[in-house]
Design a protein around this ligand. Structure first.
Ligand code: SAM
Ligand code: SF4
Length: 462
């Protein structure tokens, strides 16, 4: 296994120590450099993380908005988690699914129940799913997950279907990752929770997840198994957020160096209350809303071409504030209990959500803010993943492909699922956004495809 000691805590602590003495001039120089869209070195990121001057922070936020706008434009990709099982053999102190929590109803959905959940999601307009599961016993096995993925792709409802399944499941061996890849997943997502070894040990008392290094090596094994699209993350609230951000960057750089592919996304979950968890109710290192926004802005400046995912753990207000600072993907209309979409109740949930709105309500709101909701699955289906995606992203081509695809998939949503209010607001936004497609040729092609969608065609993309 390559690079098991890929996190160097001493380097991180030293960078935080040195950067605590930096002045505002240094911070300003780094912000200016970040505007060139070439990313930042770890030591520079450490300096930004130590900045608490309100005026300079506003300058940092302003730069993050510029970077976000110039690379991603005004599109926001939407997805929904699908929890298929809350059976779990691990004992993560912050999670309601942990093995020793006897309060919740345990459930692994049958294939028919999974199909029913998918039909519910498709009826609301979703096209992208993040399949989530607890780490079950070996008898449950990977086959259960693989069958679930097959079920999801095979389920159709009305004019829609799920076109991309990402997965957030326990770490696998290289051979198992190869099988997961063959089942046509999009991104493999896994959070290290905390990169700080001592804290990790305290938080993960038993089960396979207690092995910090098995988890840390997961992305390397996934890439060795042929999955070229991976998403990393840390659970903010367990340890000092400054340390976690620097460690996330060490992790990203390691993957780039060893495998030639950096993470496609970084997630920034913040600890939320969870059934029966003391730690979740009283996070050891709580992250304030202000620091949370700082985390998003700094990641946007540090790794400008890596997507940032914001989940419904956060409230509508915080979500809205972070969209402009750098978020590129959001979940919407989520439930975190298996069967939560079709059964309508929330018992057996993993943690409490901050945003309970329906997909249409979220869409109406983001349209009002000027963002084009995107259900695009184009890159993944055309094989533009891994290095190919990075090549596409780097010269600023996102606006050439992603914006037109966002407009086309949003048009489908408006035709098939939107409420009257959202339809009207969305229609005007599409008109406005067409003008932002840089090439006239691509604009014409997009307009032609919009007409085809009105005539009943579906699933058109560049
Ligand atoms: N069981 C697998 C695992 O642990 O990676 C996959 C999914 S787990 C259900 C998804 C993620 O939920 C965890 O990685 C953790 O970061 C997050 N999570 C768990 N408890 C949480 C809480 N109380 N608040 C916010 N996020 C939480
Ligand atoms: Fe299980 Fe994942 Fe929850 Fe840990 S975070 S208890 S592994 S579901």
């Amino acid at each position: 296994m390559k690079g098991l000691n890929l996190i160097d805590e001493n380097i991180i602590q030293a960078q935080l120590e040195v950067s605590s003495r930096s002045g505002t001039e240094q911070v300003r120089e780094i912000i200016t450099k970040a505007r060139e869209l070439k990313g930042l070195e770890s030591a520079e990121v450490a300096t930004l993380l130590q900045c608490n001057d309100p005026t300079v922070l506003q300058e940092m936020f302003h730069a993050a908005r510029e970077v976000k706008e110039s690379i991603y434009g005004n599109r926001l990709v939407l997805f929904s988690p699908l929890y298929i099982s809350n059976l779990c053999q691990n004992d993560c102190q912050y999670c309601a699914f942990r093995v020793r929590n006897k309060n919740i109803r345990r459930k692994a959905l049958t294939q028919e129940e999974i199909a029913e959940e998918v039909r519910h999601l498709v009826r609301t307009g979703h096209k992208r799913i993040l399949l989530v599961a607890g780490e079950a016993t070996p008898e449950e096995g990977l086959d259960y997950i693989l069958n679930a993925i097959e079920t999801i792709y095979a389920t159709r409802e009305g004019k829609g279907e799920i076109r991309r399944v990402n997965t957030e499941i326990a770490p696998l061996t290289v051979e198992e990752f190869r099988r997961l890849k063959d089942s046509k997943i999009g991104t493999y997502v896994l959070f290290q929770e905390t990169y700080h070894l001592g804290t990790y040990k305290k938080m993960h008392l038993s089960g396979p997840k207690a092995d910090y290094y098995w988890r840390l090596g997961a992305m390397g094994r996934a890439l060795e198994g042929g999955i070229d699209d991976v998403g990393i993350g840390a659970l903010f609230g367990l340890y000092d957020f400054r340390f976690e951000v620097l460690a996330l960057l060490q992790h990203a750089r390691h993957l780039e160096k060893v495998y030639g592919i950096g993470p496609h996304t970084i997630s920034v979950p913040r600890l939320e209350p969870a059934d029966g968890s003391e730690i979740a109710a009283n996070p050891p290192c709580p992250v304030s809303d202000g620091d949370f926004k700082k985390i998003v802005a700094i990641l946007r400046l540090a790794v400008p071409y890596t997507g940032i995912i914001m989940s419904t753990r956060e409230t509508a207000k915080i979500r809205a504030e972070t969209f402009a600072l750098g978020v590129s993907q959001i979940s919407a209309g989520s439930r975190t209990n298996p069967g939560g979409y079709s059964e309508g109740d929330r018992s057996g949930a993993q943690f409490q959500l901050g945003d309970h709105r329906s997909l249409d309500e979220v869409i109406f709101d983001i349209v009002r803010m000027g963002y084009v909701p995107s259900f695009c699955t184009g890159c993944y289906r055309l094989g533009r993943t891994g290095e190919d995606f990075m090549d596409l992203a780097k010269p600023g081509l996102i606006k050439q492909f992603c914006l037109p695809n966002a407009i086309l998939t949003f048009k489908e949503y408006l035709e098939d699922y939107a409420t009257r209010e959202t339809h009207a607001a969305g229609f005007s936004l599409i008109e406005k956004s067409l003008a932002e497609i840089p090439s006239a040729k691509r604009r014409d092609e997009t307009e032609n495809r919009l007409i085809q969608i009105e005539q009943g065609e579906r699933d058109l993309y560049f």
